[in-house]
Design a protein around this ligand. Structure first.
Ligand code: G3H
Ligand code: 13P
Ligand code: ZN
Length: 325
């Protein structure tokens, strides 16, 4: 049975983005697919009073089960109310990298308040056509839509791109006009996954392209994917506790802080959470090989995740303290 996102206590991204644009910060979009991740996100964002986007990929949806996810999101809203002592932070539920109209439609029926249709791998006209179809449907239910222009390097779901294709600023106006999207993900040098850049390199977000895009569509919400920073201390912790992560670096947090002050109003972070969780679990199991109660390692992993998310909202995205603006 279809459910409206408002009945789950969720909000769409419209007001969040308007406030983020004005306040010069970005809303965190944290991916989740299990209870501990969801708890950590809600705890961190409630404690720091940050609005938040709970982000679910197609893979996460099939991992966790779509029905269960719908109740988890509803539970997250109630949990936020409980620990926020009645003052609940704004929470959106967003489909990450929607691959088709059907996936987007299904998510809307399951109570998502926002969807991404990722047609970035299609030729420009086909991307417009597919995105517009989703927008027309989603807007009937007041669900907001993110589209994408340009291709990020790295891995997302099953799709791997070796090289970036930067967003072409000259295409953005026509894309917005042709689709009616509420926000636009762009490719300006960030990259998906934990293995983004080689150590010793100095990866830079192409702020020049961002400025050029902002000039053409002033005040329009921009989204950055692939914004994990791959914390080196946590990678080290993984490798010192029996892990074998390859050497890699991510996007510098100072650069993300800078981008968050611009029209970038949504920043996607998934891999850093995975790394934090794995590092914590490995440490417990290394130090206490006798442990077999999952709560004994998932508990510390949840705590580590919460600290990571708090750090992101306070020091990187600048969204802390803005939940009740
Ligand atoms: O950009 C992709 C996200 O990190 C989701 O990854 O498809 O493995 O859940 P996933
Ligand atoms: P990371 O792999 O850098 O965390 O990016 C996540 C993302 O873009 C989700 O859509
Ligand atoms: Zn992404």
């Amino acid at each position: 049975m279809a459910v409206k996102f408002t009945d789950l206590g969720l909000v769409n991204t419209k007001e969040m983005f308007a406030k983020a644009m004005k306040g010069k910060y970005a809303i965190p979009a944290f991916n989740f697919n299990n209870m501990e991740q969801l708890q950590a996100i809600i705890m961190a964002c409630t404690e720091t009073q940050s609005p938040v986007i709970l982000q679910v990929s197609k893979g996460a949806r099939s991992y966790a089960n779509e029905t269960l996810l719908r109740y988890m999101a509803q539970g997250a809203v109630e949990y936020a109310k409980e620990i926020g002592k009645g003052r609940n932070i704004p929470i959106a539920l967003h489909l990450d990298h929607g691959d088709s109209f059907e996936t987007c439609k299904s998510c809307i029926e399951y109570g998502f308040s926002s969807v991404m249709i990722d047609g970035s791998h299609h030729p420009f006209e086909k991307n417009i056509e597919e995105t517009r179809k989703v927008v027309e449907y989603a807007h009937k239910y007041n669900v907001t839509v993110e589209g994408e222009l340009g291709v990020l390097a790295g891995i997302e779901d099953d799709v791997k791109a070796e090289e970036h294709t930067y967003t072409r600023p000259e295409e953005v106006e026509a894309f917005l006009k042709g689709t009616g999207v509420d926000s636009l993900a762009i490719s300006i040098g960030t990259s998906h996954g934990a293995y983004k850049f080689k150590p010793g390199t100095d990866p830079k977000i192409r702020l020049d392209i961002l400025r050029e895009i902002e000039k053409r569509i002033p005040g329009f919400t921009i989204v950055l994917h692939g914004a994990s920073s791959v914390p080196q201390n946590l990678v080290k912790q993984i490798n010192e506790t029996g892990g074998k992560m390859k050497d890699a670096i991510g996007i510098g947090e100072d650069q993300l802080r800078e981008a968050a002050k611009s029209a970038v109003c949504k920043i996607n972070i998934d891999s850093d959470g995975r790394i934090a969780m794995t590092a914590a679990i490995r440490k417990v199991l290394m130090e206490h090989p006798e442990e077999f109660d999952p709560r004994k390692y998932l508990g510390p992993a949840r705590e580590a995740l919460k600290e990571l998310y708090k750090h992101k909202t306070v020091n990187v995205l600048g969204s802390a303290g803005h939940a009740f603006d």
